[in-house]
Design a protein around this ligand. Structure first.
Ligand code: ARG
Length: 579
């Protein structure tokens, strides 16, 4: 429809553009958007306002001229001027029905693959080795995963990069402690409690000088490629990631072993990168350390901030790794777009890294580097979300609690589901609720973790959307041998629902462009509301309804169910036939 309307406007303008005062560039500016409010029709264009300045004419007059010269078209039933010069288009009901019919017959529901796919690296999840994933990791993991699914669906070549924290000086201490534990307990040590492990390792390091000496020598040996240290290090990485993988699987997150591209991957590149930055005059020596000064980042006294890329003891930093990492992603992986899902506090770190990479030519203007920051997770009291004793909340505990709460909620309902189905339903609702609570808010703001809100069957929640889906499936069970048929739009509620359904592809595209899954959540929520309204206003299977209408309404139910399933699927949330 948008393309049809754009073409009509272009034809109209060409016919009034006798003196060629409207240049081809101006014509390229024609934009048609779906209206927010149906009172303003289905589509609107602001082209008249765009032309007002170059034509030195009143925009409403231009709009009138355009309307007067628009060729008639069967898809459009009415065209109006509104406000300062908007042109509003009312779609013909029959053409809405046709478009929806086409959408229903398309496996991609009208979401076309993009014509020039990007190679997109999505840097997300990124937990640290020998630490348990905390609840805040859910933000990067779940939001990143939804965006990955959307970008892939749109036809891009997506590379998942799980930039795990698997390198650094702490590994000497961790290896020394792992060795100590293994000696004490024999092989087959269980490392289920990383928090205790890390704390005890640190304690030994701080209090036992002999241990500390060994730890320090292990760091050097590990960096030098010593086989024993490498083996112990690998053990720590594997133990951590085996546990994390269980959480990914439980959350239906699409990460696996092959996506691990941790900090250690770039270790061998670091000396060369520092050397290169020195040679290019971008870095300089300063009291034994190697530093990059960037004029755009200043300290309190207004002096350029120094960014250390090699310490005076020869050690490299988080920044150095991220510089090498960009070089790798651009040169080796041929990335044209790199998205970072990290919390907003890493903004300056990333901007620094990007500025250095641009100067060094490790990236170029054709590569889009995007920080997709997110805010903090807060408790109901508005303070950072912590356990009762003030510790970090473990992700595993949150998922356990979600399932326990859903089990209790469902126990009150009499249901005909089998035990196995009940288990699946519990899992899907619990994971869906936790994930959706994170996905549905604009990620850039802090967000309040609230069990009652996220598990509610009303409002903008996963259970509400999952329920909307199951309810539609129930209609089909009840319909038995009545099958969906030709779509006929006859009442207001049908038209509103149809128009919303047709906007699905725009919602998906917007998530791909802006890396904001909440745009799709909002769309699905609005769709479900419109469906509920349609369902109340337009009986589907009532005896008083004629067969043609029944079949048309069943078709509307069918497209809605497909869109809900596909949309929630792109968010990484499962739907159920019955719940
Ligand atoms: N491991 C880091 C953390 O837990 C996040 C890594 C983000 N990605 C990156 N390329 N720096 O904060």
């Amino acid at each position: 429809m948008k393309q049809i309307i754009e073409k009509l406007i272009r034809e109209s303008i060409s016919s009034i553009n006798k003196d060629n005062s409207i240049t081809p560039e101006l014509l390229n500016n024609i934009r048609v958007d779906r209206t927010k409010d149906r009172a303003h029709g289905d589509f609107a264009s602001n082209i008249a306002m765009m032309l007002a300045k170059p034509l030195k004419k009143n925009p409403r007059q231009i709009a009138q001229d355009i309307i007067d010269n628009i060729p008639s078209d069967p898809h459009i039933s009415k065209i109006e001027i509104a406000g300062p010069g908007f042109i509003n288009f009312f779609a013909n009901k029959a053409s809405i029905a046709d478009a929806l019919e086409e959408m229903n017959n398309d496996a991609r529901l009208g979401v076309k693959k993009i014509s020039n796919p990007d190679t997109i690296v999505v840097d997300y999840s990124a937990p640290n080795v020998a630490k348990e994933m905390a609840v805040h990791h859910i933000r990067s993991t779940v939001i990143g995963d939804a965006v990955v699914r959307v970008l892939e669906f749109l036809g891009n070549n997506v590379i998942r990069a799980n930039h795990i924290g698997d390198w650094g000086t702490q590994f000497g201490m961790l290896i020394a402690y792992l060795e100590k534990k293994e000696n004490e307990s024999g092989a087959g040590m269980d490392l289920s409690d990383f928090e205790a492990f890390y704390r005890e390792a640190k304690e030994c390091y701080d209090t036992d000088e002999e241990f500390a000496v060994k730890a320090r020598s292990y760091v050097v040996q590990l960096q030098g490629g010593d086989e024993y240290c490498r083996k112990m290090w690998k053990k720590l990485v594997t133990m951590t990631m085996v546990q994390n993988q269980k959480l990914y699987d439980r959350l239906d997150v699409t990460l696996s072993d092959k996506d691990i591209m941790g900090e250690s991957l770039y270790n061998d590149m670091l000396p060369g990168v520092v050397e290169d930055l020195l040679n290019k005059g971008i870095a300089q020596e300063d009291q034994g350390a190697i530093v990059v000064y960037l004029p755009q980042f200043k300290n309190k006294e207004g002096k350029p901030l120094g960014n250390i890329i090699r310490k005076n003891d020869g050690g490299y930093l988080y920044t150095t790794t991220d510089i090498a990492c960009i070089k790798y992603r651009v040169e080796k992986l041929k990335a044209t777009r790199i998205l970072y899902f990290t919390d907003s506090r890493q903004q300056q770190h990333l901007e620094t890294v990007w500025a250095i990479c641009e100067k060094a030519g490790y990236t170029n203007s054709k590569v889009s580097l995007e920080h997709c920051p997110f805010g903090m997770m807060l408790g109901k009291d508005g303070k950072p979300f912590k356990t009762r004793s003030g510790g970090t909340v473990k992700l595993r505990d949150v998922l356990d609690e979600a399932e326990a709460r859903v089990k209790t909620l469902l126990a009150d309902r009499n249901s005909t589901l089998s035990e196995a189905d009940k288990k699946t339903v519990t899992h899907n609702i619990a994971m869906g609720a936790v994930k959706y609570a994170d996905l549905c808010k604009n990620r850039t703001t802090d967000y309040i973790f609230d069990w009652d809100q996220m598990l509610s069957f009303e409002g903008n929640t996963a259970p509400y959307l999952q329920y909307a889906y199951s309810r539609i499936r129930a209609i089909f069970r009840k319909a038995e041998d009545i099958k969906p048929g030709k779509i006929i739009i006859s009442c207001e509620a049908e038209e509103e629902l149809a128009n919303k359904l047709l906007a699905f592809s725009e919602a998906v595209y917007s998530v791909g462009n802006k890396a904001l899954p909440n745009l799709l959540c909002n769309y699905l929520f609005e769709l479900s509301n419109l469906f509920m309204h349609f369902y109340e206003a337009c009986p589907v299977l009532k005896d008083t309804v004629d067969m043609e209408t029944k079949q048309s309404r069943l078709a509307l139910c069918e497209v809605t169910a497909k869109v809900l399933k596909q949309g929630l699927g792109l968010l990484g949330i499962n739907v159920m036939e019955q719940m």
